[in-house]
Each structure stands twice: as C-alpha cells, then as structure tokens.
Design a protein around this ligand. Structure first.
Ligand code: SB7
Ligand code: NI
Length: 186
C-alpha cells in the first residue's frame, strides 16, 4: 500500500524531470502501480483511512511524485450532489489536442502532495481541454474536460513535464485576474 512516505517532496530532482512515455502492453508491475495509485487517492479521501495512515487528501497523483518518471497518473474526483458524476481514471501518455483560449483558476489556488509549503495565488489553467490518452489496456481515448476536472488533469499533466503549480503564479500580482480568466465557482 502506498503512503505519504512514498511521495517525494519539493526540490527532489525527479519532480523537475520530463517523464518517459509508457510502452504497451503494460507490465504487471505497472498495472499494480496504477491500481495502487488509485487506491492511494481513494483512501486519502476516506476520513478514517486518511487519519489511520496519515494521508493528505488528494484528487490525483502522478507517477513522478513516487519517484517513477513515467507518463502515468491517476485522478479520482468524487461525484458532487449538483451535477457532475465521479471522475476516476488512470491516464497514460496524455496529450492536450485542443484547449480553450479562456482560462480558469480555483479561487483559493492549488496545493500539491509533493509541496509541503503553502504558495498563495491563482494558478491559471485552460478552461476546457481535449486530451488524447491511453488507458491501462492500451486503448486510446479522446476526451473533453472542463471546470474542476480540467484543472486537475492539467495539474497532473504538469507533473509529467517537471512543472509545479506555483510556477504558474504571478509573483507581482498573485490574485490578479484579467478578462480572459474566470474563477471557478464552487
Ligand atoms: C488542486 C489540487 C490538485 C490538483 C488541482 C488543484 C491535486 C493535488 C494532489 N496532487 O499533488 C497531485 O499531483
Ligand atoms: Ni501535485
């Protein structure tokens, strides 16, 4: 079982590396890794398990955060009462094929399991993205994301490119918005 001890933290060089493409068919080890990563996120969202194993709640984790620099991540966003259904996916070798010009950001900024310090400020993201990726069976998908899932997928894709959320914060004006940036409301 994965715990926070397996998660590398800021200034670890792997967090700044470009992750390598995954080859198919997936090895048994990589299948196991993908399933462990999904379990880790789900456990982190269960208050009892999170407390028991000292897990920080998260909605995603990317392989480079486990010191494994390959293009694979897992996201699990629970359903919310209002509209969206749960989003639970392992995404491999993802590519953004299209993105909106409009940007969005979480009003309270972002955090990261690999970053223990708090970095305040807006993290501008594309509002809508179309992503091509492979699942654990090697099947190719093309999918559109908007709103919160779009933000999370971009956060995880950044990890595959050695980018951390605070790289996107405008130092001079951390909470500045322009006409093109619309805050995501909760
Ligand atoms: C806020 C948090 C996340 C994504 C987008 C906004 C994920 C936090 C967990 N991770 O560090 C995953 O890389
Ligand atoms: Ni992160």
């Amino acid at each position: 079982m994965l715990t926070m001890d397996d998660v590398i933290r800021d200034y670890h060089p792997t967090l700044r590396k470009h992750a390598k493409k995954v080859e198919f068919p997936l090895t048994d080890d990589l299948r196991k890794l993908a399933s462990d990563m999904m379990d880790f996120i789900k456990n982190s969202q269960d208050p009892e398990l999170a407390e028991k194993y000292d897990l920080r709640p998260g909605v995603g984790i990317a392989a480079p955060q486990l010191d494994i620099p390959i293009q694979l991540f897992a996201v699990h966003i629970p359903a919310d009462e209002e509209d969206e259904e749960a989003l639970s996916k392992v995404m491999i070798n993802p590519r953004i094929m299209r993105h909106s010009v409009k940007q969005t950001a979480l009003p309270d900024g972002e955090g990261c399991l690999s970053i223990d310090d708090v970095y305040e400020g807006l993290v501008p993201r594309h509002k809508r993205i179309t992503v091509e990726y492979y699942d654990i069976n090697g099947d190719k998908h093309t999918e559109k994301f908007k709103g919160y899932p779009s933000i999370v997928v971009q956060h995880e894709m950044d990890h595959l490119n050695g980018i951390l959320f605070y790289d996107h914060i405008n130092e001079e004006n951390p909470y500045g918005v322009d006409n093109n940036l619309e805050l995501l409301e909760n």
